[in-house]
Design a protein. Structure first.
Length: 450
């Protein structure tokens, strides 16, 4: 067996700690040795003992020497614990009873002063079999002690975990850069904190920040990413887990290179609820409001409506961006996307040729599957009587691509057709000077019915 101490375990706390140590030492995780671990102890304890860091520590390791008020010689006590763990740890072997790495044996069971969310000895809250604590080997227990270094503060604590080395490497790099800044200015502000209180908005911010800050071909990554929003606070430990679907990550990674990136930001802004945009002066005034675009991306719900400004008859982001979203995130067949686009194009050309806003209004107002089909049928008839020979769509297109699940997907089709018409007819719509603000559902209301 090699002398390798750390390999990734899939346990978010342990892996975060390994990345934090690796970043601190400046070595790859697999290359870390006991000397590296010994070297970082004093610096990290110094950091933890500064007021704001130790305040964060209450949420991560209540009752450890840093946070236990009864402990007087905090530095020495914690240093002793960490050094003992180093002495006890052995290189990875092929098996073991540690519930994190499974490749080393447990010497002492850990409780929440060392491992978050593992109860408090006699107070048994989360535990299967009612055991007091959890079985972590010395090396995994040691690693966890450094996880606060790359934990994000968002009222509770937010921990990012991914199977992508690139994501974890760049995230831990970002956190370390923040710590370096704190140390060089001697202004110790605790775990990375950017004023986010809403964990969902925070995690989208974090992802976008990683994508934009580091020049990596992110769209080639296919990471699985989880965010753990937790507190280990004595009065009420809690945990929420958010999973970022891989297609959503790929889409987010693709957007910054798109010429309509600015319009995407507009789409995201439309997702914020309860914001009076006339009064907003800075991001802090809305960045913690619930955002339906983010919410829907996390929950696998559609955000098509946020691309469409029905009030101003505007297609935000353009067909190229929305079709990429449909394909990547909604898993929509290319043939269906193209069939809808074609119908949108035909309808736009027809509406412009007869100069008829009423037809567009009818398409907008159709409020159920039946009336929408009816409007299309009337247009088809009129087109024929106007001498247009090619049909609006074929029967096959109708059944397979326009309304494949009939009542279930008709509104999606309507939205996309309107999107395409708005895009094609933008100059005509402006020329019409039609700002008749027909009362049509705006996104926020539209959510209620979904
Ligand atoms: Zn272990």
């Amino acid at each position: 067996m090699s002398e390798k101490i750390f390999d990734f375990t899939g346990n978010p706390f342990v892996d975060a700690g390994i990345w934090a140590i690796s970043q601190w030492v400046g070595k790859k995780p697999a290359e870390l040795d006991k000397d590296d671990l010994r070297k970082i102890i004093d610096e990290v304890i110094f950091l933890y003992l500064t007021p704001k860091w130790s305040k964060n520590m209450y949420q991560i390791f209540p009752n450890n020497p840093i946070t236990n008020n009864a402990v007087k010689d905090k530095k020495d006590r914690y240093s002793q614990i960490l050094n003992e763990l180093i002495e006890e740890m052995s290189p990875l072997s092929s098996n073991g009873d540690c519930i994190s790495c499974g490749r080393r044996n447990v010497l002492n069971r850990s409780t929440k002063d060392r491992v978050p969310l593992t109860g408090s000895k006699k107070v048994i809250n989360y535990f299967s079999y009612g055991i007091d604590g959890a079985d972590y080997c010395p090396a995994c227990t040691f690693a966890i002690q450094f996880s606060p270094l790359i934990t994000y503060s968002c009222v509770k604590m937010l921990l990012i975990h991914s199977n992508s080395d690139k994501i974890m490497h760049y995230w831990s790099k970002k956190a370390k850069e923040n710590i370096d800044k704190q140390m060089s200015t001697k202004n110790y502000t605790g775990c990375l904190n950017e004023g986010f209180k809403n964990p969902k908005n925070a995690l989208f911010h974090i992802i976008q920040d990683i994508i934009l800050s580091y020049d990596v071909r992110w769209y080639l990554e296919k990471p699985s990413i989880n965010f753990y929003h937790f507190t280990n606070f004595s009065q009420g430990p809690a945990l929420d887990i958010y999973h970022i679907p891989t297609p959503v990550f790929k889409f987010l990674a693709y957007i910054p290179q798109h010429e309509k990136f600015e319009e995407w930001l507009k789409i995201v802004r439309r997702g914020y609820r309860f914001v009076d945009w006339n009064k907003v002066k800075e991001e802090n005034e809305y960045k913690n409001n619930p955002n339906t675009v983010y919410n829907n991306l996390l929950e696998g719900k559609s955000i098509i409506r946020f691309f469409i400004d029905r009030k101003n008859k505007e297609a935000i982001g353009g067909w190229d961006l929305i079709s990429h979203y449909l394909e990547e995130v909604r898993n929509m067949e290319e043939k269906r996307i193209n069939a809808i686009k074609k119908v949108g194009d035909e309808l736009a050309a027809y509406i412009e040729s007869i100069d008829d806003m009423k037809t567009l209004n009818r398409l907008e107002m159709a409020n159920d599957y039946r009336s929408f089909r009816n409007v299309l049928r009337i247009i088809m008839k009129k087109r024929i009587s106007n001498g247009i020979k090619n049909p609006l769509f074929t029967f096959d297109d109708y059944v397979n691509y326009l309304f494949p699940e009939g009542n279930l997907t008709w509104r999606e089709t309507q939205d996309l057709i309107l999107f395409r018409i708005y895009e094609k007819l933008q100059p005509w719509i402006i020329q019409q000077g039609n700002q008749a603000k027909i009362e049509i559902q705006e996104p926020e209301e539209a959510q209620k019915e979904e």
